[in-house]
Design a protein around this ligand. Structure first.
Ligand code: NAD
Length: 357
């Protein structure tokens, strides 16, 4: 397996591998960039088919965290950790403590948080061996679920997109299709409903759909129909890569704005959306409410008004992205990348210098 020439390496500062025979831990921590501060990112536990798959995932995710935190104006770098194993079968307090020792060995360059396959309770066990766990304040108390902040940030971002597209952030009567009404999607649905929007929802869990239908008067649609509705806004809040060759021609919407990470299957899909006249809000910009919340938890700052104002700054950041995209003809996602790189001070590669020339 190649490391420095890996296609997802992208100038990572550090990649650390760790194995502990006693606890069975096999893990990787990737620190992409610490120019703005320590690298903060979740610790994912997953049944990776191979070490290569785990490496690819951690590199891609840690790079994404650098861009997300830089765009959110946080004094944080980007990093991520993966534990190779089945969270339902292989997780034990020993394994989590061992992970805590691994994180601690990086001396604070990487700060962990919950992610897929790990929970708030797991962070408390990891916190027995390291203080570099987000939200752990004086001992082992975790700050809590960031989903409400993520949902609020997405709502703010949708209003910014509406303002840019229609000249008003008023969502009264706007039709919004939400894919996935889980932790973030349901809260977003509530905010949209209160703002006067008409909702169409889908989820693979029937309970989640019924909750939205009963409590928010949403219209239920199937997992496939969600792509074919002629609505104003599509809000992906379930899984990644849903804007792909199979779905892109079916989307007849004005705006795509949702919480899911890595919504575009490939970067070229951003160009297709631009050419179709669909305004795409880059995922890592609009879904940064959670990391903003986690940042304040980590700093031990309990000031709701400050956190809310910071989350609301997502609107201004998106407005800048939309304006620069309009002015240059570039896609919103490539403009967001450039702004993030300006903020975290990406060292230029030869390719970048050539492009700039
Ligand atoms: P969640 O698991 O609570 O909700 C996701 C929902 O999507 C679930 O109800 C699930 O049943 C549904 N779903 C899965 N596949 C589906 C499909 N094919 N069609 C329809 N519904 C489907 O997760 P969440 O915390 O709400 O996060 C949603 C998305 O936002 C994820 O992509 C996550 O990575 C991203 N995100 C979340 C946060 C956060 O603070 N929770 C922060 C940033 C990004």
């Amino acid at each position: 397996m190649s490391i420095f020439s890996h296609p997802a390496y992208d100038m990572h500062e550090q990649v650390a591998f760790y194995q502990d025979a006693n606890s069975g831990l096999k893990a990787i921590i990737a620190v992409h960039n610490t120019n703005l501060g320590p690298a903060l990112g979740g610790c994912r536990m997953w049944t990776y088919a191979s070490d290569e798959e785990a490496l690819y995932d951690v590199l891609r995710l840690s790079r994404g965290m650098t861009y997300k935190s830089a765009m959110a104006g946080l004094e944080l770098g980007g990093g991520k950790a993966v534990i190779i194993g089945d969270p339902r079968k292989d997780k034990s307090p020993e394994l989590l403590r061992s992970m805590g020792e691994f994180i601690n060995s990086l001396g604070g360059r990487y700060i962990t948080a919950e992610d897929s396959g790990t929970s708030v309770a797991d962070m408390e066990v990891i916190g027995e061996r390291t203080k570099f766990v987000s939200g752990v304040v004086e001992g082992a108390e975790h700050g809590g679920d960031p989903s409400p902040s993520t949902a609020y940030g997405v709502f703010v971002g949708i209003k910014a997109a509406a303002k840019h597209r229609w000249g008003s952030e008023d969502l009264t009567g706007r039709k919004v299709a939400i894919q996935g009404v889980g932790n973030v999607g349901f809260r977003l649905a509530k905010l949209l409903k209160d703002a006067g929007a008409e909702l169409f929802v889908t989820d693979i869990f029937a309970d989640n759909v019924s909750r939205a239908v009963q409590e928010l008067d949403a219209t239920a649609v199937t997992a496939e129909e969600i792509f074919d509705l002629g609505v104003d806004i599509f809000a992906p809040c379930a899984l990644g890569a849903i804007i792909n060759d199979k779905t892109i021609d079916r989307l007849k919407v004005a705006i795509i704005a949702g919480a899911a990470n890595n919504q575009l299957a490939e970067e070229r899909h951003a160009e297709i959306l631009r050419d179709k006249g669909i305004l795409y809000t880059p995922d890592y910009v609009i879904n940064a409410g959670g990391i903003i919340d986690v940042f304040y938890q980590h700093k031990g700052i309990q000031d709701d008004a400050k956190v809310q104002a910071h989350i609301e700054s997502i609107g201004a950041t998106l407005a800048e992205v939309f304006e620069r995209a309009d002015a240059t003809g570039k896609t919103t996602s490539s403009v967001a990348d450039v702004i993030a790189e300006e903020r975290f001070g990406k060292r230029p590669t030869n390719g970048d210098v050539d492009q700039a020339a």
